[in-house]
Design a protein around this ligand. Structure first.
Ligand code: SF4
Ligand code: SF4
Length: 243
């Protein structure tokens, strides 16, 4: 398949399954047969992922991308042999970096959960077409990734404002919102992938979803306090009940 189809989550999944290194081979930059130029996407994804690996304490050399044509059989064999040699010298994933299996899995899982957020936050850079190899390392810096991950936004539904219109619940891509008819909606933060859809779709007349960066989140509303009791509209000719 096109190297551009290799998603960041595929690479992280491979590491989660315990591989010591991931190698991606793409067509030569600027020589894509289609208008898509997916190899640039693959390159940018790799540059981002290498910084993410660094952020969680893994050696970024464990992920490599090289570009070559279908006629470069010898080059391919040489590059793969060199990569294998390098991985053998580096040793087992995690253990070499001083991380036990549980800690390694927890770090990789945390980053994997944030993939949609990371893609959204870096969408412009991920679409870049960097021609010169000297520009690659600067596309993402470790400082910037550290900052991005320490300021991860979270979304919260204000129980005072939620009108249980169900819009966010229907649109959440990962079923992270608990709610229903006449039920104040609540986000399950463990499932939320920070895509921001609920924030975008909550009708402006309610504006019940807030974005919180870096700070603590209010605790979730207890189950038994989530029912919305609506006032009955007075029937024609009926005097409204006193407040
Ligand atoms: S940000 Fe909102 S829509 Fe997106 S996953 Fe989280 S709860 Fe669901
Ligand atoms: S879209 Fe807004 S008002 Fe509607 S259920 Fe979600 S949070 Fe509540």
């Amino acid at each position: 398949m096109c190297a551009g189809r290799v998603d960041l989550s595929f690479v992280l999944r491979a590491f989660l399954r315990g591989v010591d290194g991931v190698f991606i081979g793409g067509c030569r930059l600027g020589e894509c047969n289609y208008v898509t130029h997916g190899n640039y996407h693959a390159l940018n994804m790799v540059l981002l992922c290498r910084r993410l690996l660094e952020h969680i304490g893994l050696n970024p050399e464990r992920l490599r991308i090289e570009f070559m044509s279908g006629a470069d059989g010898i080059l391919f064999a040489e590059v793969v042999a060199d990569f294998n040699k390098r991985m053998a010298a580096l040793g087992p994933l995690g253990r070499t970096e001083g991380l036990d299996r549980k800690e390694l899995a927890a770090r990789l899982e945390q980053i994997t959960r944030l993939v949609p957020y990371l893609k959204l936050a870096n969408r412009e850079k991920l679409a870049a077409r960097l021609g010169r190899a000297e520009e690659w390392e600067a596309l993402f810096t470790l400082d910037e990734i550290d900052r991005l991950l320490s300021d991860v936004v979270a979304f919260h539904i204000d129980p005072e404002k939620c009108q249980a219109c169900l819009t966010c619940l229907r649109r959440c891509p990962v079923d992270a919102i608990d709610g229903g008819k006449n039920r104040i909606h609540v986000i399950d933060q463990d499932k939320c992938i920070k895509c921001g859809t609920c924030y975008e779709v909550c009708p402006s007349r309610f504006s019940a979803v807030t974005k919180i960066a870096g700070g603590p989140l209010p605790p979730p509303l207890p189950e038994d306090a989530r029912t919305i009791v609506r006032k009955r509209k007075p029937a024609a000719g009926e005097t409204p009940a006193a407040e």
